[in-house]
Design a binder for this molecule. Structure first.
Ligand code: GAP
Length: 511
């Protein structure tokens, strides 16, 4: 995938009502976006797929909807007031600001690309006999590249974990990293910038500074005991939540990849201390399965273990997707220990413990978190789905091959003509189908043009009502991906569509 493809994704998203720049008639607001009529449906379906897979399919996970505003002390306790910052560096010539660790990670990526090239070359040379694992283990060029990546990892980790940002700057200089805009190596020092937005809340005793939550997770932690007690939950159990989070991303870029206002889908899984590794491995595997269950090529995903651990984690891994601009994080799985609950105990003076009947003792549970950005997942699906397909004889079509159950509309019902009672019959069909599916009705333009428009918004099935339908109680259904058309009885229509597009069919892949 190329930068060109990414540009197409952005323009397609706008042209077909998926994503618009925020306040566009006022020239927009940097790194803030609105979801249009099709985008909001796709987003809702991704959220539903996540919610059902986490809450509905796990008897020991329940939901929560906590407020965006929280007592300001929450963020002191969580460490966000003091520690939620990014190491930033400015290029003095372009005046552009970068995350210092991202500049270094992008540099490391070049060695990974080199390795991939070696593998591709060798695969061509050895053909069917190629043993990739053995090649990777023995090739001296790959060994050299990996050693370089490792060496950089160690230096970066040392600088970030000890807070010695001069070492991070020294590493940027040592690697000769240049500003992508000016091409110069004229850098400022590396400095930390806090990412939280704050505002004022009035109260009878004056005003206090409060924050817009930078993650949904804290809403779960502060409600841990409420849910545990009222739900009579026993370890291990999880609390899931979706909702908006806000971060003053200084380097906001790449469309909806990095936004100032975005939505998270998070789940905190509370476990007995000592069992966190087992559950970390479980969620690591289960969450990747959630992604590949959508039919995406598994080679487009990879795990990336963290070099810089967040202040609360003792193990962390990203699930990365191969975006047009390279592999980047979509989801994080963090083993957060008892850090958050203990901090809230300390700051409130209240016990947040669990009484373990089997052990006959109380303790603060450990937590394994899964955290995915809904907007980033939206971008994964758009990048993966958008295709320009060559149909031969100089013809082509633009098609959005979204997972059928997540598409904005599951089916379109199209009367072949605007008269002879065909629209009435089409509307009658929609009336029945729309109890289960989001259906699109359209009667304008030729049927070919209407099929193309449905392809472009990802509708998996078109149902065409023609003159024969009036007498034979049959319709033509046309499949988005194969473009195959077949005649089916009206009485079979609902079953056929259900099999192709229902969320239930998708969820079956996870049980
Ligand atoms: N509670 C843990 C936490 O918030 P994170 O890695 O900072 O962890 C989790 O964020 C996920 O939220 C990321 O994997 C990413 O998908 C999404 N995310 C984070 N910052 C974002 C931003 N500025 N814009 C869009 N999505 C973002």
């Amino acid at each position: 995938m190329s930068e060109e493809h990414f540009k197409n994704v952005i323009s397609h998203s706008k042209e077909y009502g998926f994503v618009f720049p925020s306040s566009e008639i006022y020239d927009g607001l940097a790194a803030v976006y609105d979801y249009g009529q099709n985008g909001v449906e796709l987003k809702k379906n991704i959220r539903e797929y996540w919610w059902k897979s986490m809450v509905q399919l796990h008897e020991n996970i329940v939901g929560l909807d906590a407020s965006i505003f929280m007592a300001p002390k929450v963020w002191k306790a969580s460490g966000h007031v003091d520690g939620f910052s990014d190491p930033m560096i400015d290029n003095k010539d372009s005046k552009k600001r970068y995350r210092a660790d991202v500049l270094i990670e992008d540099y490391q990526e070049k060695y990974r690309v080199k390795n991939q090239k070696e593998i591709t070359k060798a695969r061509k040379r050895f053909g069917d006999d190629f043993d990739e694992a053995q090649f990777v283990a023995t090739n001296p060029n790959i060994a050299r590249n990996n050693a370089k990546i490792e060496e950089i990892d160690v230096k970066l980790k040392e600088g970030l974990e000890t807070g010695q940002l001069d070492k991070v700057k020294a590493l940027i200089e040592e690697l000769g990293i240049a500003c992508p805009v000016s091409g110069s190596r004229n850098w400022t020092d590396v400095r930390q910038f806090n990412l939280m937005y704050s505002t004022q809340m009035s109260a009878t005793d004056g005003e206090s500074q409060i924050y817009l939550r930078p993650e949904t997770a804290q809403g779960i932690f502060v409600n841990y005991l409420n849910v545990q007690k009222t739900g009579r939950m026993r370890l291990p159990f999880g609390i899931a939540q979706t909702g908006k989070a806000f971060r003053n991303e200084i380097v906001a870029r790449q469309f909806i990849m990095r936004m100032k206002e975005f939505e998270q889908m998070e789940m905190q899984f509370f476990v007995t201390p000592g069992e966190e590794k087992k559950w970390y491995d479980y969620w690591k595997e289960h969450r990747l399965k959630w992604h590949t269950n959508l039919g995406t090529d598994a080679s487009k995903y990879r795990y990336h273990d963290h070099v810089k651990m967040a202040h609360y984690a003792n193990a962390a891994v990203d699930i990365e997707y191969d975006f047009p601009f390279g592999f980047k994080e979509v989801e994080g799985i963090h083993s957060r220990t008892d850090f958050d609950l203990k901090q809230h105990e300390e700051f409130t003076g209240k016990k947040l413990q669990y009484f373990d009947n089997d052990k006959n003792e109380s303790y603060v549970p450990y937590v394994v978190e899964t955290s995915i950005g809904l907007d980033r997942m939206f971008l994964v699906l758009m990048c993966n789905a958008l295709q320009n397909e060559d149909l031969g004889e100089g013809k082509s079509r633009t098609v959005l091959k979204l997972p059928a159950a997540l598409a904005p509309y599951q089916c379109a019902v199209l009367p072949l003509t605007k008269n002879d009672g065909l629209p009435d019959m089409a509307r009658k069909i929609i009336k029945g189908l729309s109890l289960d599916f989001n259906c699109y009705y359209e009667e304008k333009d030729s049927i070919g043009k209407r099929y193309r428009r449905q392809d472009a918004i990802g509708t998996p099935i078109c149902v065409t009502v023609d003159h024969d339908s009036l007498t034979d109680d049959s319709v033509t259904i046309r499949f988005r991906d194969s473009m195959e058309q077949k005649r089916v009885k009206l009485s079979d229509l609902e079953d056929i569509i259900t099999k192709e597009v229902s969320m239930k069919e998708l969820l079956k892949g996870l049980v």
